[in-house]
Design a protein around this ligand. Structure first.
Ligand code: AHR
Length: 501
């Protein structure tokens, strides 16, 4: 596979929003309980938060955290999770057929986020079993400084200062028949518009995310976006996209090209936004929040929820997918795809953060470790945050796939970093051959890399590659797959291009 990327300073696409490196913590399985919160664990701090997990979250470079769900939020009463812990009720969580102990709630999440480096909370309201009043109550509790029953209750519960939450999701996956309180597009659009109007009356600075489709392949896709945006366009700032990928019937070639589908999904939703904007003659901008994305082996054993009228376990092992080197390559391509669409995608949340389809795993009472997918995320966040994405001018030999026909064998994107250096992210989608990749560099900016001039003098590359694409990191072998220095990367003699295999 041969490929060439032209990085051209005359063609810059958009700044990389820090919110592109968001993640997601749902009350699901062992994401919260036994993941970020495990009182009694040798690594637990005075709040019961695992210090080892906090360290890994910092290393991962996550920015926003979407919370508390997911499907969970559609049956959640936020009041259950505040106030003295010994008075918090145990409830049925019907989304994951589990018992919610409510020992972790909004205050704990806010405290935990401070410890992970001041990450931004992206809160979801329940529009499944609840509606306008409860959403307004939660906003008042969270964001009003004081002097009202709910804001003073927050203060009495230990948070003198308001949480100041800017980003709010208006429900979760309301187009999905599996969702508690699932609605048709018209009914959802009506309640989402009402809640958005009401929330803005309390706090005009909120940024609202309206539910788009829970998958590109939903039968209502397109029509849903059109109906929902038509009613909510002026009231919201984002429309959401969710996408999970896995190989079907052993078709690894198509799986490796999952980024092609994600790219098409983003383009389709951007088209729906543009169509609504022009129909309404609006000056308002709505961006995409890709607030659930990942590889997820849905239907496999770890995703089977408990069942039985008497069986509602606390924090069961659920969705604990073990990611391979192959999965990490697909995952890296999804990140590249988000970056390539940075002009339309202003926020994204990797679903999820710990234990549940997650880059970070923990053993109960035991260690925490990095899955294969940890590496592409951490490396991309570290190198792309604060930068500006270039328009991807890429030519690549194609590889055949069943699902997407011929696709470029290499996918890549470049970012000019705040220090003047250029970061390039690339994946080889071919199952057959290594990729011969050339990057035509832009002029080096004055001062970059220590000196003025056009030619570059330094290059470094790191690659995640395994001869056995099923290789994974496990409790027994935590560092089996990691990034390695790629010594094939070399500048051409005149310092204007890089070649790497
Ligand atoms: O991330 C797991 C689940 O996937 C979320 O709860 C839901 O929103 C989606 O279907």
């Amino acid at each position: 596979t041969a490929a060439r990327l032209i990085v051209d300073d005359d063609f810059r696409l958009a700044p990389v929003s820090p919110r592109l490196f968001g993640s997601f913590v749902e009350h699901l399985g062992r994401c919260v309980y036994g993941g970020i919160y495990e009182p009694g664990h040798p690594e637990a701090d005075e709040d019961g938060f695992r210090r080892d997990v906090i360290e890994l979250v910092r290393e991962l470079g996550v920015t926003t955290v979407r919370y508390p769900g997911g499907n969970f939020v559609s049956g959640y009463r936020w009041e259950d999770g505040v106030g003295p812990k010994d008075r918090r009720p145990r409830r049925l969580d019907t989304a994951w057929h589990s018992t919610e102990t409510n020992q972790f709630g909004l205050h704990e999440m806010a405290a935990w986020l401070k410890k992970t480096g001041g990450n931004e909370l992206m809160e979801a309201v329940n529009l499944g079993t609840r509606g306008l009043q409860e959403a307004l109550d939660l906003l008042e509790y969270a964001n009003i400084p004081g002097g009202t029953e709910l804001s003073d209750r927050r203060r009495a519960n230990g948070a003198e200062e308001p949480f100041g939450i800017r980003m709010w999701c208006l429900g979760n996956e309301m187009d999905g028949p599996w969702q508690l309180g699932h609605k048709n597009a018209h009914d959802y659009a009506t309640i989402a518009a009402d809640v958005a109007r009401g929330m803005r009356q309390i706090d005009p600075d909120v940024e609202l995310v309206v539910c788009g489709s829970s998958a590109h392949g939903m039968p209502t896709f397109g029509e849903w976006e059109e109906t929902v945006l038509d009613k909510t366009y002026e009231l919201v700032d984002f429309v959401s996209c969710h996408a999970y990928y896995q190989p079907h019937d052993g078709d690894v070639a198509s799986f490796l090209a999952s980024g092609v589908d994600m790219d098409g999904f983003i383009r389709d939703v951007a088209a729906a936004i543009d169509a609504t904007k022009s129909r309404l003659k609006s000056k308002h901008e709505v961006a995409i929040s890709f607030d659930e994305w990942n590889v997820w082996y849905q239907g496999a054993e770890p995703s089977k929820t408990p069942s039985g009228i008497g069986n509602w376990p606390v924090a069961p092992h659920l969705l604990e997918d073990v990611y391979s080197a192959l999965d990490a390559v697909v995952f890296g391509d999804l990140l590249i795809t988000l970056l390539k669409n940075a002009d339309r995608v202003h926020a994204a949340s990797l679903a999820q953060l710990v234990n549940v389809i997650a880059p970070i795993m923990t053993a109960p009472g035991g260690p925490a470790w990095r899955q294969t997918t940890f590496y592409p995320f951490a490396e991309t966040a570290r190198l792309a945050k604060g930068g500006t994405v270039y328009v991807p001018k890429l030519s690549a030999a194609s590889v055949p796939t069943k699902l997407y026909s011929d696709v470029p064998g290499v996918d890549a994107v470049a970012v000019r970093r705040p220090d003047g250096s250029v970061a390039v992210f690339a994946v080889n989608r071919s199952l057959e051959a290594p990729a011969e990749f050339e990057i035509a560099l832009p002029e080096r900016e004055a001062g970059a890399n220590g000196a003025d001039g056009k030619a570059w003098s330094e290059v470094a590359a790191r690659t995640l590659h395994e001869d056995d694409m099923t290789a994974a990191n496990t409790l027994e072998d935590q560092n089996r797959v990691t990034l390695h220095a790629n010594r094939t990367a070399a500048l051409t003699g005149d310092g204007t291009a890089v070649r790497v295999t």
